[in-house]
Each structure stands twice: as C-alpha cells, then as structure tokens.
Unconditional design. Structure first.
Ligand SMILES: [Zn+2]
Length: 305
C-alpha cells in the first residue's frame, strides 16, 4: 500500500475556519499519526489542469464554473464581502485540484502495480459533470475515469466499481455515470439526510440505505452482505472512505467509533484484495476532531494487506 499526500491538500483558512465546523488540516494530522509506520508516501506532481477539468464538464457547466456565486454556494461558505474569489481559489479550490490529481495518480499506479493506493483527499462525490454542491467542486473519480480511458489504461468495456461508504449518498457519481453500464456503484448511506434524489439513489447497483442512529455492528454487517454480492470482474475499484460516519460527526447521523471505521476499511480492502481488483481509496467527507485519528487507525489496520 502507498499513501498519496501533499501538504497543500490542507485547507488553511486562517480566521475563516471558525465559520465552518470542520478540521481542514486533518490530512497533515494523519501523516503525523502515521509517523512510526513504515509506509511509502507519494505526491501528485501538481494540480490537475484546467484543460482536463474543462474536458470533463458539460458545456453549460464550463460557463457556470466561472460564476463565483455557484462556487460559494457549493462550498457552503457564506458570501462575505471581504472573502475574495482568489482567496477561495487559493485556499480551497487549489487543494481540491491537487486532490483530483492525487486520485488520478492513485488509479494510474494501482492499475500498473496492483498495489492499494490511498489518497488522503479526494472523493468529491457530490460533484458531477453538470453540477457542484456539498463542498464538492470537481468530480475526481469522473475526471480520473475519463483520463484513464483517454490514455488507454481503461477500455470502453472495462468494468469499474465505486464503493461509497461516506455517510452521504454519492449523487454526483451516480449522475455522472448514469448512462455507463460498466460503472457499478455500491453505496452505504444515511437515507434520512441529504441528498435525497430518488433519481440518483435508484442508479446505485448495490444500495445499502440505512437510518440515522445506526451503530457499527449493524453498519458493518450490512456492508459485508453487500460486499459478498461483488464478483471479481472489475478492472478497477474506487473507494470513498468518508469519516462522517463517526458518532461525533455533526452531519452524518451514524454512530460509528474510530475502531469501527478501521474495521470497515479493512473489511472492504481485504475483500477487494481477495478478488484481485486494483484499488484506489479516496478520502471523502468527515472533518470532525476524530476524523484524522480514524483515518490513521484505518491505514494502520490495512497496512499489512
Ligand atoms: Zn459525507
């Protein structure tokens, strides 16, 4: 296994961080917690290019992406006069473009080496080629898929699996791949919260809708049942390992512990390893104070796979 990390993944918001309940520097904290672990860390060479992003977006989005109001809304940051677009671009969008490059790097590497690649950031599953929302601007998995098809690492008929265990339903991926029968989605999500679109929920091939308040044992049991339905015929798997399933998280509505998150990632990765599917893990949501510890515990639990 290799970790994908860049110091600039962190959202360094200065005083603005008091407006949002999240820990924007969790990525550096994960690296600190992994200090004693002998694990290789690789870095994307730079942010994904605007050309790649433009290639992915539909025509209307290419125009709308220039609309600063849309970006402010998608980032859920109140539009404040003293916060300039350039500030947001530098502090939030640039880290996100680096994260997209990290997911693409992870996918390229796992396809050529078979090693599990773990991107600490990315997993922006509410963004699509036609929309940005829910703190997701660029659909890193969609952009990566498009580039892998272009560079020949994936063919039109190669099957790709997306396992989304962030607490929220991955509406952006479901919409982006709505017409691609070779991309399958397994989504474990809180059905009581955003996003509630039946159109995208119905696109999920292996849905695991759960209720608010679900604890670790039930969550892991239902996930395990869904994993058993998977066959070995995928060329590549993406995982969205959101830590907003933690009980301390204010948004996710589940009651998992740090140990449950570590167990979850181990369950998924050992399953995919048995099926010999190249895998890239992405971070997803979850910015509570326990988020970094849960990610570090999960990486430690999986490091021997
Ligand atoms: Zn989430």
């Amino acid at each position: 296994m290799k970790i994908i990390y860049e110091p600039r993944f962190n959202y360094q918001l200065g005083l603005l961080k008091y407006l949002h309940p999240f820990d924007g520097e969790k990525f550096s904290k994960v690296i600190t917690e992994l200090d004693s672990l002998n694990i290789e860390i690789i870095h994307p060479v730079g942010p994904v290019s605007p050309v790649m992003i433009n290639e992915y977006l539909n025509e209307l989005m290419r125009k709308l992406v220039l609309s600063k109001t849309l970006v402010f809304r998608a980032l859920e940051v109140p539009k404040i006069p003293f916060v300039s677009f350039d500030f947001l671009d530098n502090k939030i969008l640039l880290p996100m473009r680096l994260a997209v490059a990290g997911t693409l790097l992870g996918a390229e590497n796992t396809l050529s080496s078979g090693d599990i690649m773990w991107n600490l950031s990315g997993g922006f599953h509410h963004a699509s080629n036609v929309n940005m929302e829910g703190f997701c601007i660029y659909n890193d998995i969609g952009i990566s898929y498009q580039q892998l098809r272009k560079n020949g690492q994936l063919s039109e008929t190669d099957k790709v699996l997306i396992i989304d265990v962030d607490a929220h339903h991955g509406n952006g991926n479901a919409y982006s791949f709505k017409d691609n029968v070779n991309v399958h989605l397994l989504d474990v999500y809180n059905a009581d919260i955003y996003p509630t679109s039946d159109f995208t929920r119905n696109r999920v091939n292996f849905p695991v809708p759960l209720k608010s308040g679900v604890e670790g044992h039930e969550y892991l049991d239902k996930l395990n049942q869904a994993l058993k339905l998977l066959k070995a015929d995928y060329a590549l798997a993406f995982i969205i390992a959101g830590t907003d399933v933690l009980a301390v998280d204010k948004l996710g509505g589940f009651k998992l512990t740090v140990e449950d998150v570590a167990e979850r990632e181990k369950l998924i990765l050992s399953h995919l390893k048995n099926l010999e599917i190249p895998t890239v893990v992405t971070g997803g949501g979850g910015y509570s104070k326990q988020s970094a510890s849960a990610i570090a515990a999960a990486i430690k639990a999986c490091s021997e796979l």
